[in-house]
Design a protein around this ligand. Structure first.
Ligand code: ZN
Length: 331
């Protein structure tokens, strides 16, 4: 399902605002260079721009997604919207030539042409120069949209002719939505929130999910909170019998501390503002409600500081057993 500007603004508010204003003032540039990391929505934005330019029933900035122009763009089938991708490792000169001829000879269905060039950094100087000539053809009503995740590799001559649009790396909330939309069985709302607090790389998140250790560690962290609340004197025993038994290497210790931090962060945030989204706990978690009351804000902030120090020590190769013992004795 193609998202409109409203949804896109949740992912990329700044880029959306800038482009929306240009559209409404009818002052779109002739060439855009959209730069951003993998997964930031470059192709989606290029398509959205094309839809906006060609839609027959646009409402404000929003394309209708149902008129014949919209449908043809959505199915990559519009005669005036061209997508160029590298053939092999690069965009070849012939591809740019083809594009030029195509535009010169095609009977005009509309006066406007859009061309999108994916991985624009793979054009060599020759192809880029041809493209530039073509960009500056005064008879051509066109919008060029160059996409790249490596803006440093774009020739300065190209950069200087384009309006630059920077897309920001995805935030947690959006990444979580992306994970849920993969429809992986067993990957539910709560799990996706936890994973998106730890990474914004889909492959890494799925690997963690499939491996499942992350959820085992989460249960240990939950149990630690129960121990702190109800069996405080047994916390040292807990470190040895449970924490160090389940979390067996340095990487798992780091992950354990990360989860502990997320849990503290949830508690601190909710003591201040109950509307804040949770990452570690679930909204209706009974333990969570008890913990909010049990710990003062000052205690939790102090715990957070101690966890950060413990993470630092782990990185400096202090023995994990020692680090965790010290940490939990200070709680
Ligand atoms: Zn439309």
């Amino acid at each position: 399902m193609m998202q409109g500007w409203q949804e896109f603004s949740e992912i990329q508010p700044l880029a959306t605002k800038m482009l929306q204003q240009s559209i409404l003032k009818n002052r779109l540039a002739h060439a855009y260079l959209i730069q951003g990391e993998r997964g930031t929505g470059k192709k989606q934005l290029a398509k959205l721009l094309a839809l906006t330019l060609f839609c027959e029933n646009r409402q404000g900035v929003e394309p209708c997604m149902t008129c014949s122009n919209c449908k043809r763009i959505l199915s990559n089938n519009h005669p005036d919207v061209h997508w160029i991708k590298p053939e092999g490792v690069m965009i070849r000169n012939e591809q740019i030539d083809y594009l030029r001829k195509e535009f010169a000879f095609s009977t005009l269905e509309s006066s406007h042409k859009v061309y999108v060039i994916e991985q624009a950094e793979t054009m060599n100087t020759h192809a880029a120069n041809r493209l530039l000539k073509f960009l500056e053809e005064p008879t051509l009503q066109s919008t060029a949209i160059l996409l790249t995740d490596n803006s440093h590799a774009i020739l300065p001559t190209i950069r200087s002719r384009c309006q630059i649009i920077d897309l920001k790396p995805l935030d947690e909330a959006h990444f979580q939505k992306t994970l849920l939309e993969l429809n992986v069985e067993t990957l539910d709302e709560t799990k996706s929130r936890l994973l998106s607090a730890l990474t914004t790389n889909v492959d890494e998140a799925l690997e963690m999910h499939e491996e499942g250790k992350i959820y085992e560690i989460k249960n240990v962290v939950i149990e630690l909170f129960q121990v702190l609340m109800h069996r405080y004197d047994e916390r040292f025993l807990f470190v040895h019998e449970k924490w160090l038994a389940v979390l067996t290497d340095r990487a798992e210790q780091q992950l354990g501390l990360d989860l502990l931090m997320l849990a503290c962060r949830d508690l601190i945030r909710h003591q201040v503002d109950r509307e804040q989204p949770l990452t570690f706990f679930a909204e209706d978690d009974e333990l969570f409600e008890q913990l909010i009351i049990h710990f003062t804000n000052k205690q939790l902030v102090n715990m957070l500081r101690l966890i950060l120090e413990a993470k630092q020590k782990l990185m400096q190769f202090v023995h994990p057993t020692l680090v965790i013992e010290q940490l939990i004795l200070q709680f």
